[in-house]
Ligand binder design. Structure first.
Ligand code: 8YV
Length: 302
């Protein structure tokens, strides 16, 4: 597990914690030397690693999500955490729209159809119109709001679910997730990962979305009951899905690979040159600031 992103390590002469067999011995010998861990939203500093770093004072995270870091232990030990909010909103929201369009209009499936030579034997089946559909957003935060703004361009009807209504927002708030799913043609999951949102999207929510319904997830795999999702897709209880994130990345449930109504991405939502450069700059700004005076530019409140 990298404690320091390779590029940052190279620039700053920082040390990368080795994976595999050398790891335990390395941490036993050097663990007490580290005061800052630079990591990513995908990797984090779990309970075991954090415990092996007795002098750790800050976790500087390359990514907006920090659910892979042991937040409770960090809180108890007074360890600060920073993330990279806002700079990735556009690209993550763009990816949500790419998935939404793809699942409704079946562009990836149609691409496969052309490549297989099937067009020579007849037309591709009709898809489903996206414009004007009812879209439910689960988690109307910074990224959820960027998604809503884009979806508005398709004249969709937007509703959302948060723990409580967002202040100054005109979209319809729905307190029950099952009710939101019942009232939506597609649910887009944009809620933060972490212990509060584990399996928020249950079998019941998926059933409420229904056989024509579509689930899009650009948040974290843990937010969806993945076994229930696979089951709903296989049985036809759910119409389709567009997924950038999975429970046990990079492992994707085998059963999904055979489904033409599912679009699968390798957790790439923020993965553009422009956004990753801004994330790296913000990560370094947090690191520099912490090393200079112990403060963070974009701290997480935890
Ligand atoms: C990145 C992410 O892929 O920001 C997040 O929370 O999941 C993504 O932007 C990841 O942090 C980089 O490894």
């Amino acid at each position: 597990m990298p404690i320091v992103q390779a590029t940052i390590a190279a620039e700053h002469g920082a040390v990368r914690v080795p994976d595999g067999v050398e790891r335990a011995a390395f941490l036993a010998e050097h663990g007490s030397e580290f005061t800052v861990a630079v990591t990513s939203g995908k990797v984090g500093v779990d309970a075991e690693l954090m415990a092996a770093l007795p002098n750790l004072r800050a976790v500087v995270n390359f990514g907006v999500g920090y659910d892979t870091t042991d937040v409770a232990q960090a809180r108890a030990r007074g360890i600060l955490i920073s993330n990279t909010p806002d700079v990735l909103n556009d690209c993550v929201a763009d990816t949500a729209l790419a998935l939404l369009l793809d699942v409704f209009r079946r562009t990836s499936a149609a691409d496969r159809f052309v490549r297989r030579g099937d067009w020579l034997n007849g037309n591709f089946p009709l898809a489903t119109k996206l414009s004007g559909k009812r879209i439910g957003i689960v988690g109307l935060g910074r990224i959820g709001t960027a998604i809503a703004q884009r979806v508005e361009g398709f004249n969709c009807v937007i509703s959302y679910h948060n723990r409580k209504p967002a202040v100054g927002v005109d979209y319809r708030y729905v307190a029950s997730l099952t009710e939101l799913a019942t009232d939506s043609d597609a649910l887009i999951v944009a809620a933060a990962g972490g212990s509060d949102s584990v399996k928020l999207i249950t079998a019941e929510v998926l059933a409420a979305l229904g056989p024509q319904g579509v689930l899009i997830n650009i948040a974290r795999g843990t937010v969806v009951d993945e076994a229930a999702l696979v089951e709903a897709l296989l049985s036809g209880a759910l119409g389709g899905a567009g997924l950038d994130v999975f429970e046990a990345e990079p492992h994707v449930p085998e059963a999904l690979l055979a489904l033409d109504n599912v679009v699968l991405l390798p957790h790439l939502a923020s993965g553009t040159t422009e956004t990753r450069a801004m994330m790296a700059d913000l990560t370094l700004a947090n690191l520099h600031s912490f090393l200079l005076d112990g403060s963070l530019v974009t701290p997480v409140s935890h």
